[in-house]
Design a protein around this ligand. Structure first.
Ligand SMILES: [Zn+2]
Length: 197
């Protein structure tokens, strides 16, 4: 009977000692761990949001990071920019007006989704809306979506834009999402703009 040399050669490779199997599976686990760590790192380092300015001729000196401050008993999770009453507020990106809503705290507000429906931009304390504004309206970056005011819980003598950014969840609900600090995003946008001038 002829025995295949190949099958004999294979035996030492196939037969693994329990120790080597343990080491192998440990290595496999470590490799999986490394891949997971790498993936989460890439997710955290996704490209920064590129948005326009919600107000004309905005300066970095007008921006103050109040994201983590407690306002009216809640983490602020937004930025306030002081401007005279009636100053036009502009859409920071192309997208759609998802919700026009009047709330106790925010007063006259607008929730705008980006084109991809990944982020929601929230503008509050508006004095009024442009006549043509309605839910479902497609807007381009720079379109006027409201005017600075003091509606809601803003002090009557301190007209301001309360601006927030939310990363939307899979259900794309306008009222919920993960709050993202607009301060570094607007700082970068203003710095980039002044560098181009
Ligand atoms: Zn605010």
């Amino acid at each position: 009977m002829r025995t295949s040399a190949c099958s004999i050669d294979m035996v030492p490779h196939v037969k693994k000692s329990p120790e080597s199997i343990v080491i192998f599976s440990k290595r496999l686990g470590l490799a999986a761990l490394c891949i997971c760590a790498l993936l989460s790192l890439t997710a955290a380092e996704s490209p920064p949001l590129q948005i326009g300015s919600p107000l004309d001729s905005l300066k970095t000196t007008e921006l103050h990071d109040s994201f983590n401050e407690i306002h009216h008993g809640h983490r602020h999770e937004a930025i306030d920019i002081m401007r005279p009453r009636g100053t036009p507020i502009r859409a920071v990106t192309d997208g759609v007006i998802r919700k026009v809503f009047i709330s106790r705290g925010g007063g006259l507000t607008v929730y705008q989704f980006d084109r991809e429906g990944l982020y929601c931009y929230y503008y509050a304390h508006l004095d009024r809306y442009p006549d043509e504004l309605h839910e479902g309206l497609a807007v381009a970056r720079g379109d006027v979506i409201g005017y600075v005011g003091t509606t809601g819980d803003a002090a009557p003598d301190a007209p301001q834009l309360h601006f927030a950014i939310f990363k939307l969840g899979p259900d794309k609900s306008w009222w919920k999402g993960e709050a993202i600090n607009p301060y570094p995003i607007l700082m970068r946008a203003e710095n980039d703009q002044s560098a181009r001038k």
